[in-house]
Design a protein around this ligand. Structure first.
Ligand code: HSE
Length: 412
């Protein structure tokens, strides 16, 4: 009876996108080497509260001693609105930044690292924009920068890339890295929900960005792809690569691809070959037989290919209070146990757009040069790079702003 109940509970959690409440479990993780580690949280929103709860309920030896919050939100004796109270406190060894946004997050991270305090962050926007600067800052003072929670929520993705690179070259990676857009597509496919309604539900459930344009225009996936590419390829990757979101996808687009045995997913991808690399973010119409095509709700699925390990795939909750909080707390524990990640940006790689080529379908009322019909309302262009396809879409949007484009990979 108990196991039947457990199965029903797990099913209900997936179906209703909830996480089992933490309750007041006994702290379970303890290690005498790092008792009394005092840390500070910058921000006590969704992710910050998740970190606070997980540490209080499940981790021994770590104390959230201070929390930076806005003056009007000081509801806890640990809270302060003065960053100096944290950065100048010699008892605080590590700072968790989960405020989001570029400023003041960037300044706080630089100041904390500069003061020799290690930083754990879930802020993909600020890491994507300042990764090298932060890594250099950390190196100069001997502090550490840990970024697991920036990509893929609770999935151990960055740590896995680092581990694979101890032996292998990562020759490609690819993934569904945004829960909001996966949730939207899944609701459109399985429940016939329209785009705006599905987005509204994602916002209500708290995993969409404050400004959901970052989700639906592919910017959130761009940041995660850029971070993953830097770690996977060991270079300071360019931020100038093609990014297309799926703001304009319609039920008719979904039906068109379904009629061809395909499901659209928003993917971030990177390829490395012979000292050259390419990255892109775009909707991809995958064969409905692939694992990716079956990823439900707000889940993520990220994959990589390593020289000797071959293909690895990681599936899990890519967003939310507890999964993202979990990734942060894992970083905190790793730090306590002595892990000091070193980011290497030294690989001398050149960007080569020709490494990412595919056929592309455009649903548009505009005329697309060199295209052939693909159903009554769409066309297909054969064997173009992601950059060329992006330019075709931009031109089409000048005439028809509601145009939609998806890659049609041959291997799918
Ligand atoms: N808005 C993001 C998502 C949050 O939907 O995946 C996690 O990075």
């Amino acid at each position: 009876f108990t196991s039947a109940l457990l199965v029903i509970l797990q099913w209900a959690c997936v179906k209703y996108h909830t996480v089992v409440p933490l309750g007041a479990a006994q702290p379970s993780h303890t290690c005498n080497d790092w008792t009394d580690m005092k840390i500070a949280l910058l921000g006590h929103g969704t992710v910050g509260q998740g970190v606070d709860r997980i540490i209080a309920n499940r981790v021994r030896g770590v104390e959230v001693a201070r929390i930076l919050e806005l003056p009007e939100r000081l509801t806890d004796p640990r809270m302060t609105s003065r960053f100096e109270d944290i950065v100048e406190d010699p008892e605080i060894e590590l700072v968790v930044e989960c405020m989001g946004g570029l400023e003041p997050a960037r300044s706080f991270i630089v100041d904390a690292l500069g003061a020799g305090k290690s930083v754990v962050t879930s802020n993909k926007a600020v890491v994507a924009a300042h990764f090298e600067e932060f890594a250099a800052c950390a190196q100069s003072t001997g502090a550490s920068l840990l970024i697991e929670a920036t990509c893929g929520g609770g999935i151990p993705w960055i740590a896995s890339i680092e581990k694979v690179r101890r032996i292998d070259e990562v020759t490609s990676f690819s993934g569904i890295m945004n829960g909001t857009t996966n949730f939207i597509i899944d609701a459109m496919v399985r429940q016939g929900t329209d785009f705006d309604e599905a987005l509204k539900r994602a916002q209500e459930q708290g995993f969409a960005e404050r400004d959901p344009s970052a989700d639906i225009d592919g910017i959130d996936v761009k940041n995660k792809t850029l971070i993953a590419a830097c770690v996977a390829f060991g270079c300071a990757c360019t931020s100038e690569f093609p990014v297309t979101g799926l703001r304009t996808i319609t039920k008719a687009d979904i039906d068109l691809f379904a009629a061809h045995g395909r499901t659209v997913k928003l993917l971030g991808r990177g390829v490395l070959r012979d000292g050259r690399y390419a990255v892109a973010v775009e909707p991809v119409a995958l064969s409905s037989d692939t694992l990716e095509a079956h990823v439900p709700s707000n889940f993520n699925l990220v994959s990589l290919v390593g020289t000797t390990v071959g293909e690895l795939k990681f599936y899990g909750q890519g967003a939310g209070m507890l999964p993202t909080g979990n990734a942060i707390v894992q970083d905190v524990i790793d730090y306590c146990e002595g892990r000091r990640p070193h980011y290497d940006f030294s690989a001398d790689l050149s960007y080569d757009a020709s490494l990412l080529r595919a056929d592309y379908v455009l649903r548009t009322r505009a005329t697309v040069e060199g295209a052939r019909p693909f159903g009554p309302a769409a066309v297909v262009v054969r064997d173009v790079t992601a950059e060329e396809a992006r330019r075709l879409l931009e031109r089409a949007c000048e005439e028809d702003a509601a145009s939609f484009m998806a890659a049609l990979p041959k291997e799918a």
